[in-house]
Design a protein around this ligand. Structure first.
Ligand code: VGL
Ligand code: ZN
Length: 191
């Protein structure tokens, strides 16, 4: 960690954790690990951003409207709230994604803050050159955010012990990690 680094926490929301409508196996296990990263970035005065999956009630992302997913992370619901144990500081920048009625919005780079500013512009505005990424889910929002981050010219560190995947097909998460690494992401674990 150094100047120009930022932490990007992906979609650690109730619906992706145990008891949620789209619960990821062991999704909650990323919370304590991410809390330690949050502490380290806070102590170093480095930016912390958190994305959230933030869907309208009716979206083609949901199975009932032609998509593949059960209803999850509907704006303003309990399921869309961040996990209660995630200790995001008040100054963390929240980025909402998947708000369109006709988009999946898997990438945080398709998301915007409350003023409508895109994630890439927020990061550049803070002078960030490298992002550390962890959260849910490895094979969807983490993967797409990491790949887009690399495309946008950021260096990306994948926090391997702070991610969990959906694995609709067995091995999806492993393949997603391989794809991110092939595209240029560096993998890292807590020390
Ligand atoms: C996600 C599936 C559907 C994610 C979002 O955050 O990875 N996965 N919507
Ligand atoms: Zn979603």
């Amino acid at each position: 960690m150094q100047r120009k680094d930022a932490l990007v926490v992906i979609d650690v929301q109730n619906d992706f954790c145990s008891g949620g409508s789209l619960a990821v196996t062991d999704g909650d296990k990323v919370v304590p690990v991410l809390n330690r990263y949050i502490e380290r970035f806070k102590a170093a005065n480095l930016p912390i951003l958190a994305t959230r999956d933030w869907h309208p009630e009716k979206t083609s992302h949901f199975k009932v409207y032609g998509g593949v997913w059960p209803v999850h992370c509907v704006q303003g619901t309990k399921g869309a709230e961040f996990h209660p144990d995630l200790r995001l500081p008040s100054e963390a920048v929240i980025v909402s994604a998947g708000m369109g009625a006709d988009e999946d919005g898997y990438s945080g780079f398709q998301g915007r803050n409350h003023r409508g500013v895109k994630l890439s512009d927020l990061l550049r505005g803070m002078g960030v050159e490298r992002i550390f990424v962890g959260g849910l889910a490895t094979d969807y929002c983490v993967k797409h955010t990491v790949l887009d981050g690399l495309k946008e010219g950021f260096k990306v560190v994948l926090l391997e012990d702070a991610i969990r995947g959906v694995d609709l097909q067995p091995g999806d998460s492993e393949r997603a990690i391989a794809e991110m690494v092939r595209a240029g992401a560096e993998r890292s674990r807590e020390t």
